[in-house]
Design a protein around this ligand. Sequence first.
Ligand code: ADP
Ligand code: MG
Length: 254
Amino acid sequence: MIKVEINNISMNYHSLTAETPALADISFGVKEGKFLSIVGPSGCGKSTLLNIIAGLITPSYGKIVINSGDKSAGLLKIGYMFQKDQLFDWLTIWDNVLLGLKINHCITDVNRETVKNLLISYNLWEFRNHHPRELSGGMRQRVALIRTLALSPEVLLLDEPFSALDYQTRLNISDEVYEIIKKEKKTTIMVTHDISEAIAMSDEIIILSNRPAVITKHMSLEFGENFSCPLKRREAPNFRIYFNEIWKELNGNA
Ligand code: ADP
Ligand code: MG
């Protein structure tokens, strides 16, 4: 089943003096439970596209269909995670992960229990009374993910979620985040400018051109079952083949 359909999306930003075309006729679908990454040059419109999918901005043309327009989908929730973890330093980890629920007035015993179990599953429970500054960058990013998951979103949008982390942490945390997302069976759309990261984590990759962005390629990735997690995939024989294919596409087939 197609979970999220992006249909003919175009976006022009307007100011008093100028018009900036950012996206031109973007269409693709994401199947339920799949992980799709969007790669493209800086400034091409990737964050704009995520903001449109999240419903934060209205596109100039086109529409987003979720759950095939199923009317009950009004309850569908979208979780959004950014490059900065947006944790509040004056709140404990526990209060940070409960914050979304609190804002949405849905703190219940059941929800509290769910969040507790997420923290336990992902080895953060013993840090619940710590403050964000006492945690490593990788742990903070995991806390941010759990805060997002606390609202039980059906679709996750990730905008360069690891780019503030150093290389080593980034490899490990992308592995952990991948495992959490797959275990929780979330449909995910991630924006990244890191080709390797996209290949290591995704079922599908979309490549965007320079602004105004069009889709230049839509790839489905296949790895054998021996390459089940991002770290292992980096060692798969076809990893390099995919890398070269995307590299060429981004660099004008040079
Ligand atoms: P990316 O995430 O791929 O780096 P963005 O989606 O942030 O790109 O931006 C795409 C283009 O749209 C850029 O040229 C940017 O300057 C422009 N842009 C983004 N947001 C606005 C806005 N609110 N008003 C005008 N132009 C914008
Ligand atoms: Mg961006």
